[in-house]
Design a binder for this molecule. Structure first.
Ligand SMILES: Cc1cc2nc3c(=O)[nH]c(=O)nc-3n(C[C@H](O)[C@H](O)[C@H](O)COP(=O)(O)O)c2cc1C
Length: 185
């Protein structure tokens, strides 16, 4: 069982980094292999909205600018059995780098008969580290992208400064359960 953890945090320590570590712990407890993809370490940019709103993403299901690291990350997700998406909450949304990736990934995947997420479980984790506001809109944004690509949301976990003691444990448990659940693909 191979699981990709898509991380949108720029920080190597902090709340989001703790969430990613907890997910790795849970996956490894279940004997799965966890691959963390740190999107802030890639050069993946935002969608350039080429063509007349749709570029070759519509007909060829690939991005014209995929060589910026987008193709590589997309392929790793397609090869995985399940996906974890983690982001800090910025303005009630995901971090910009995660949004840029998901925007482009959705364009390339959503119109395929079988997408990279079809029949796959996706665990969503958002960390509003400031006021704690914006958790639901952030998780909703992730959920929408996953649903457009016809993945199945396994669980939604929100972690803030006040609940992290028990929510990090919940991430370990959720990641373990995710890995133990057989892929429906
Ligand atoms: C541009 C920006 C916008 C942010 N917006 C929110 C927000 O809407 N709600 C919130 O609780 N925290 C907000 N934060 C704080 C981050 O959520 C916090 O830094 C992060 O979730 C988790 O903490 P970490 O940096 O220790 O991983 C924001 C931070 C930045 C940099």
């Amino acid at each position: 069982m191979k699981v990709v953890i898509l991380s949108g945090t720029p920080k190597s320590e902090g709340l989001s980094a703790s969430c990613v570590s907890a997910a790795v712990t849970g996956l490894e407890k279940a004997g799965a292999s966890a691959m963390v993809i740190d999107l802030c370490k890639t050069s993946i940019g935002c969608c350039k909205v080429c063509g007349d709103g749709w570029g070759i993403c519509r007909d060829e299901n690939v991005c014209a600018y995929g060589e910026d690291g987008f193709n590589e990350v997309s392929m790793k997700i397609a090869e995985a059995d399940a996906l974890v998406i983690q982001s800090p909450v910025y303005w009630g949304e995901t971090s910009e780098v995660l949004k840029s990736f998901l925007d482009r990934f959705r364009r390339c995947e959503a119109l395929k008969e079988n997408t990279a997420l079809t029949g796959r479980e996706v665990l969503l984790i958002a960390a509003p580290g400031g006021s704690g506001n914006g958790l639901l809109t952030c998780l909703g944004q992730m959920e929408r992208a996953v649903q457009h690509m016809r993945g199945h949301v396994f669980d939604y976990i929100g972690v803030n400064r006040w609940n992290k003691e028990y929510k990090l444990k919940a991430i370990v448990a959720a990641a373990e359960a995710l890995a133990l659940r057989r892929s429906t693909r």
